[in-house]
Design a protein around this ligand. Sequence first.
Ligand SMILES: C[S@@+](CC[C@H](N)C(=O)[O-])C[C@H]1O[C@@H](n2cnc3c(N)ncnc32)[C@H](O)[C@@H]1O
Length: 205
Amino acid sequence: MQMNNRRNRIVYRLWAPVYDAVLERFFRDARRRALELVDVRAGERVCIIGIGTGSDLAYLRAGVSCVGLDLSEAMLAQARRKLPVAGCEVELRIGDAQALPFESAAFDAVILNLIVSVVPDPRRCMAEALRVARPGARIVVFDKFLPEGSEPSLGRSVSNRVAKLLGTDLNRHMGEIIAGLPCEIEHDEPSILGGMYRVTLLRRT
Ligand SMILES: C[S@@+](CC[C@H](N)C(=O)[O-])C[C@H]1O[C@@H](n2cnc3c(N)ncnc32)[C@H](O)[C@@H]1O
């Protein structure tokens, strides 16, 4: 089963009212780490792609200007409830991570938390994130990936059928997603679930 935007809209409309109650605590430490690594400073512009219910907003420093984009109006409605964010300018936009409605090189930093495993075409999503990032910008990715060079076990393939129904894909390779794109990995570390999730800091070249 392929992921697609139509199904994602439906799935995340269902997730929206319960997403924070079910998952916010589980992701909290890893999310904090991702935000620490990307280190968005006062005066910088950050784009949060697939912002969902806006859990990343709590970790923004005062003086940051932020645009958060998501495909799901229901998820954005939850994010709107977290506004205003003290000292920050935040704009929420509806849109597709695979065709961002922003100019090239518009952002100093980009946050891709739990979105690369969700969009139908993760390479297009990453290419777009890099297009809107200025040269030298930081891009943080917190998500789950298959270890490089490995294939999914039978158990993981079966679990992935359920995961896709819930709106995420367990079996993507970071290496394939960024191959040939204008970025380099600056830091990569294992995160929750014994390293199934990773936090990776990329630099736009
Ligand atoms: C697993 S949630 C993660 C939300 C948030 N980034 C977080 O860290 O909690 C995935 C989000 O991606 C959004 N999404 C799915 N497909 C998308 C697309 N093509 N473009 C933008 N957002 C999309 C969903 O609506 C949902 O809010």
